[in-house]
Design a protein around this ligand. Structure first.
Ligand SMILES: [Fe+2]
Ligand SMILES: [Fe+2]
Length: 268
């Protein structure tokens, strides 16, 4: 089976390209499952129920978030609905609203578990991601054929540590949060696909998705300004992972980054 993971969807430009691209990519790339990190979908921070429904209607089968999970509090009722395939970071405390995993059926019937973990370096303190991963994996035994982990972390070392902690036990460890893709995609021993960061889905004529003039002037002058989402050079970034559903192990990972004009029907 083949799954596409879409990196941090930023603002209306990011949601827009997902809505246009996923219906095309499903056929063109022969995708069985699409997962997206949507923590920046609502004007750059958080996710609203309406945008969640738009992503789902476009063909996104499951949604992960990150440190911005509760920026739009309306999302709480979606996060706590057991029928909605959306997860909070699994190393948030049990009292934090939402579920620590979701199991969704891929087009070929494979049961795929989706889990999110936050890093701890240069980020707000959270519970141990290694212990949280072990806890969730134990609870998934017998309930999922394939496991996909979104590691949402600032530090590359946090992502490598989690990938090696999880290798041989999950199909994929996919990095998000920095909005900058890394060129280290690989299948680790034991059949775990890994990449440090898949990059963001949104406007690349920007500073990590925000308007260059606003971010730069604030950095230079220390005068606060609204870091509005930028508009130009919109791209969809992610990774395509091939998995053997019989073993739950990855056989290949490919980084992808498409501009609007590369998303028309036909071969890539
Ligand atoms: Fe983040
Ligand atoms: Fe992000």
């Amino acid at each position: 089976m083949r799954l596409l993971f879409i990196g941090d969807v930023v603002g209306a430009p990011g949601v827009g390209i997902v809505k246009r691209a996923v219906p095309v990519l499903r056929g063109r790339e022969r995708l069985d499952l699409v997962v997206a990190n949507a923590e920046n979908a609502a004007n750059g921070a958080g996710l609203t129920p309406g945008l969640y429904r738009q992503l789902r209607a476009a063909g996104v089968d499951a949604v992960t978030l990150g440190d911005h999970v509760y920026k739009k509090l309306d999302i709480e009722k979606v996060l706590t609905n057991p029928d909605e395939p959306v997860v909070k970071p699994a190393n948030f405390p049990p009292s934090a609203p939402g579920r620590d995993h979701a199991v969704v059926a891929a087009a070929d019937g494979t049961r795929v578990a989706v889990v999110s973990l936050l890093g701890r370096t240069y980020m707000k303190p959270v519970d141990c991601p290694f212990a949280a991963a072990d806890r969730v994996l134990a609870s998934l035994a017998g309930h999922a054929d394939v496991i996909l982990i979104d590691v949402h972390a600032e530090a590359t070392a946090d992502k490598y540590l989690l990938a090696h902690h999880l290798k041989g036990r999950v199909a994929a460890v996919i990095g998000t949060h920095t909005h900058v893709p890394t060129a280290d995609e690989q299948v680790l021993p034991g059949g775990t696909a890994f990449v440090c960061d898949v990059g963001m889905t949104g406007p690349y004529d920007s500073i990590l998705g925000r308007r260059i003039d606003r971010v730069l002037s604030t950095a230079v002058t220390f005068v606060p300004s609204a870091f509005d989402v930028a508009e130009g050079d919109v791209r969809l970034a992610g990774a395509i992972v091939d998995v053997d559903p019989a073993t739950g192990k990855a056989t290949a990972i490919r980084r992808v980054m498409w501009r609007e004009d590369e998303l028309a029907n036909g071969p890539a």
